[in-house]
Design a protein. Structure first.
Length: 279
């Protein structure tokens, strides 16, 4: 500029302008990329502000509690009673769960609950073998005593495994000899000492088959028992050769040696009926 120019146009010397560099801004400009700026804090997020707000809230709540207590002073008593009741109930429950309780002085019986059991399935039982009565029903015109004596004869033959034919021969023989009664003998007074159902007078012949003790059939006591007399007859019949092929009269006569051998045949039909009823 020329010295002759007006003063207002002459430049004034001023101090050079110095630009202060903020360290943070300088730090942000370092490098090729700018570092992110930290988030700015609001006025309430500072620690002193938080303390002030908390203190104010606490004071307000305390004031409200005092006012409420004054206005509702009567409501504390029911609340206290309710709390006391709950505490007592809790203590009772704890006592009831105590594992160290003593046993009651008397044992209380416990009645078991009946359990319904399914009824067993009925099983079919095998049919029982019919039991013959002790006193069989009389048949063929016999009375009960005669029928009982016929049963004693049949039972003895079955025990000796004699065939049915032998049973018929024995029953028919007893029908002819004693009419199926256990007879004593008027000639043998000892025979009356034993159970009997009548008497005869043909020498010392006694019992169902009119067997003679003097002929070796047995003692008086033995022959007067129907079971023994029947066994003696079957034993003798079994010793007769070919008796199974003989007629009833021939078989009976071979054992009895009767003076009337033809008399046995007349009882064959009735004897067959009696044996059929007993076997």
């Amino acid at each position: 500029m020329h010295p002759d120019d007006p003063a207002e146009q002459q430049p004034t010397e001023t101090s050079p302008v110095r630009r202060t560099i903020d360290p943070a801004s300088a730090e942000r400009t370092i490098g090729r990329h700018r570092a992110p700026e930290p988030a700015r804090r609001g006025p309430i997020r500072s620690t002193p502000a938080r303390v002030a707000v908390a203190t104010g809230v606490t004071c307000c709540l305390g004031l409200i509690g005092v006012v409420g207590a004054r206005s509702t002073g009567q409501t504390h008593e029911p609340l206290r009673e309710a709390l006391a009741d709950r505490a007592a109930a809790a203590s009772e429950q704890r006592a009831s769960r105590d594992y160290e309780r003593t046993a009651p002085p008397v044992a209380v019986p416990v009645t078991p609950i009946p359990v319904a059991t399914p009824s067993p399935t009925p099983t079919r039982k095998a049919p029982k073998k019919p039991v013959r009565p002790k006193h069989p029903r009389p048949v063929a015109g016999l009375d009960q005593r005669q029928m009982d004596n016929a049963k004693a004869i049949v039972d003895a033959g079955l025990a000796l495994k004699m065939p049915r034919r032998a049973l018929v021969v024995a029953v028919a023989t007893a029908m002819q000899e004693s009419d199926l009664y256990n007879l004593a003998s008027d000639v043998l007074p000892e025979s009356f000492d034993y159970p009997h159902q009548g008497s005869g007078s043909d020498h010392d012949s006694i019992g169902l088959f009119q067997q003679r003790p003097s002929s070796g059939w047995g003692t008086v006591a033995e022959i007067m028992r129907p079971a023994y007399a029947a066994r003696a007859f079957f034993t003798a019949l079994r010793e007769v050769p070919g008796w199974t092929e003989m007629s009833l009269t021939e078989a009976a006569q071979a054992v009895q040696v009767s003076a009337f051998p033809d008399a046995y045949a007349q009882h064959e039909d009735r004897a067959t009926t009696v044996v059929a009823a007993l076997v």
